[in-house]
Design a protein around this ligand. Sequence first.
Ligand code: NAP
Length: 429
Amino acid sequence: MKKNINIAVIGLGQIGNYLLNELITKKRDIELKTGKRIRVVAISAKNPNKKRKFKINKNIFYKNPLDIIKRGSLDVIFEAIGKSDGISKKVVELALKNKIHVITPNKALIAKHGDYLSMLAEKNKVNLEFEASVAGGIPILRTIKEGLATNKITKVHGILNGTCNYILSEMELTKDTFTNVLKKAQSLGYAEPGNPKLDLNGYDAFAKVRILSSLAFNKKISKVKCLMEGIENIDFKDIEIAEKLNLRIKLVGITELIKNQLFERVHPCLVNKDSYIGNVNGVMNAVIIHGYPIGESILQGEGAGPGPTSSALMSDLLSILRGNIKYPFGISYKKRKAVNVYNLNKYSNSLYLRIEVKDRPGVLSQITKQLANRKISVARLIQIPDNRKKTASIVIITHKTKEQDVQSCLKSLRSNKNILKNPILIRLL
Ligand SMILES: NC(=O)c1ccc[n+]([C@@H]2O[C@H](COP(=O)([O-])OP(=O)(O)OC[C@H]3O[C@@H](n4cnc5c(N)ncnc54)[C@H](OP(=O)(O)O)[C@@H]3O)[C@@H](O)[C@H]2O)c1
């Protein structure tokens, strides 16, 4: 690689603008560590006149990012626009075809088009790096690709969305409702002000799970959504009950191979308050890797925000500047295997059920009878009466049981007039 490296930053939002400042202020450090002299020769955003946190040089501003690539003499581009398709895909595609290295924090793009884009990178002998797309500043992808390169990884799980983790922690701490805590998260910049849906419904964490699966198991990216649930329906009541049971609710992303079938899921989990994951609070992320011979290995840190994300983007840049073309997913796209997906109907686990009922004699036995009919065995049962409303919350924790059986039991209970609301189901970790 030549000594002088020309760089473009496309997208100057929260991430791109902070990164641009890092590139300018850490030039000397980069030269010291890699022997390469970097120069930002082009930048792009939608609005050239927008007020940004760090000043930009308008002389190198391009309204259309594709013109940057067409201008030639570029070595590396950062794509920080953030769409799963459209202009983000076009920029990355065109850059790779023009033999320009690409670095992106865009999990939506990689989770959707990673297979195709990695094939393009490989064919054009350039790097496609996306460390910042999973768990922000935590170097999880490089850890799997390099640090644990010869381990046989069987499972990766963790807290992959800081927004959800903040909301759940804060609900427990302040005893406030989901809606109020979401507003607070938005005012603090932890949740998107306009549309936080993709964080809250599990989509963001699921994209990260897909990227982790591909790297951990050397598989193509799965197109099937095994199980994805967010935190929008988490009621403060369940947080309160969980606390009494020495449990805590966390949104967890899990990917594992069960008899060579890929089981990817994101959903709220009840975890033990004393467990490691039960104590990862606020906006923190944590990823736990299970492998052989490494055993269990844990990485924790800030999962989002301009600082941690730029740290990962800079590490990608240094990796490129130090030389060598690497396979974006650790091994060649030709060797990555197609995915066999786990059949969700086989899934069995210990489950938490909360059923709101009229407080009348015989109601509990109607419920336990239905459970017994389906051979669902109960590990714990608690009845919490509300004398004022003449209602009760029946909380059941099952032994490991087929979720399909429990779902069908809950369905049949819906016609019972003593049951006041749709029952709540939360999986235990
Ligand atoms: N924010 C985080 O904490 C975080 C953490 C990890 C990963 N990421 C990922 O980083 C990426 C960027 O996120 P962000 O939070 O920085 O988003 P953002 O603040 O919304 O910034 C998006 C940028 O893209 C620019 N843009 C939009 N359409 C464009 C177009 N057609 N041509 C050129 N530029 C265009 C916008 O221009 P204007 O500024 O002129 O509107 C803006 O500068 C996403 O993939 C996200 O998933 C973010």
